[in-house]
Write a protein that binds this ligand. Structure first.
Ligand code: NAD
Ligand code: ZN
Ligand code: ZN
Length: 346
């Protein structure tokens, strides 16, 4: 089969690999029908994630059809259509019992990281019963691909951690796929205002169509002063950081109002300045974390009911065997006006 593999810093290639097989009774092998590329894949290719070995098949998102199941898989059989979670979890260990699937003692974020991932014709999924979800008949599979990682990330680490509530004011710094996922799912709770901050006008315009009430281009405007002006100098109840750099974390610390929440979603490659001297006196709660995908069943219901339309994030379509071209577009997201790209095998 064909697979997109990491070949050392700055290098990737499509190579021939053996089709995966069931290695443990709890495994399933899935034939990929749709997958996508995540910003994390770009970080891995840059060489920012040293735990990824050369030759590793990338990708941790997608949907597909069960090809083979191990003897201990109870929930799935050959031919079932499934959504793949970016987190694999046993469902039984102490951390899984707390719904901390990202910290499963025998799983977590391993697909396309510590074991081969989804940017291939087939993928092996450990702990299939707790790491795959059946796809309801008639469901939009492209929309579902957004539920492997992006939508639960924006929802769990941004919206739920930030405690978005009816009537509140939210600011989201970073209008990439993760910030947009927070924007879409924040609207479950009817906040009065959602201020989107980015440096890319295309992304800001898209955010407006997805429900942002105010846009700030921080390349041209002072983000802190503009948020304060928009909020009568009060600041925001919830500041969601969805970039992962010190400057945007700083913005969140400045714009959050008394009693508010900073929900850090961005993955920071460096330390940030924590202005505890300013936060304590404002009674600020700061949260951060790795997505658990424990809200996937709930998000699937909101998708079925039409309450959220994550397919809005899809800007480009490719065949799976055009994956190198898809990386070219996704890697030049600003120039190509790309958000999420879908790679289809059928
Ligand atoms: P992305 O790179 O596609 O989007 C980031 C956005 O931030 C872009 O639109 C960019 O224009 C904007 N931006 C960059 N610098 C800025 C600045 N100084 N001011 C304002 N905007 C700026 O990234 P993404 O895929 O949307 O992911 C966002 C973050 O979430 C990343 O750090 C990613 O690693 C992280 N992430 C976290 C988790 C988790 O479990 N916590 C999971 C997935 C991704
Ligand atoms: Zn991802
Ligand atoms: Zn576990």
């Amino acid at each position: 089969m064909k697979a997109l593999v990491y070949q050392g810093p700055g290098q990737k290639a499509v190579v021939d690999k053996d089709k995966p097989t069931v290695l443990k009774p709890t495994d399933a092998v899935v034939r990929m029908t749709k997958t996508t590329i995540c910003g994390t894949d770009l970080h891995i290719i840059k060489g920012d994630v040293p735990t990824v070995e050369e030759g590793r098949t990338l990708g941790h998102e997608g949907v597909g059809v069960i090809e083979e199941v191990g003897s201990a898989v109870n929930n799935f059989k050959k031919g079932d259509r499934v959504l793949i979670s970016c987190i694999t979890s046993c469902g039984r260990c102490a951390n899984c019992k707390k719904q901390l699937y990202a910290h499963c003692e025998d799983g977590g974020w391993i697909l396309g990281h510590l074991i081969d991932g989804t940017q291939a014709d087939y993928v092996r999924i450990p702990h299939a019963d707790n790491s795959l979800y059946p796809i309801p008949a008639g469901e939009d599979e492209e929309a579902l691909v957004m539920l492997s990682d992006i939508l639960p990330t924006g929802f769990e680490i941004g919206v739920l951690n930030g405690q978005v509530a009816p009537g509140c004011t939210v600011a989201i710094v970073g209008a990439g796929p993760v910030g947009m996922a927070a924007l879409l799912t924040a609207q479950f709770y009817s906040p009065a205002h959602i201020i989107m901050i980015d440096m890319d006008d295309n992304r800001l315009e898209a955010a407006k169509t997805f429900g942002a009430t105010d846009l700030i281009n921080s390349a041209r405007q002072n983000a802190i002063e503009t948020v304060m002006a928009l909020t009568n100098n009060r600041g925001v109840d919830v500041a969601i950081e969805a970039v992962g750099i010190p400057a945007t974390f700083d913005i969140c610390q400045e714009i959050v109002t008394a009693g508010g929440n900073i929900a850090n979603v961005g993955v920071h490659g460096t330390s940030v300045d924590l202005h505890i001297e300013k936060l304590w006196i404002k009674n600020i709660t700061l949260t951060t974390g790795l997505v658990n995908t424990n809200t996937t069943p709930m998000l699937m219901k909101t998708l079925e009911s039409g309450k959220v339309q994550p397919e809005q994030l899809i800007t480009h379509h490719f065949a799976l065997d055009e994956i190198m071209a898809a990386y070219e577009v996704f890697g030049n997201a600003a120039k190509e006006k790309a958000m999420k790209v879908i790679l289809s095998a059928d």
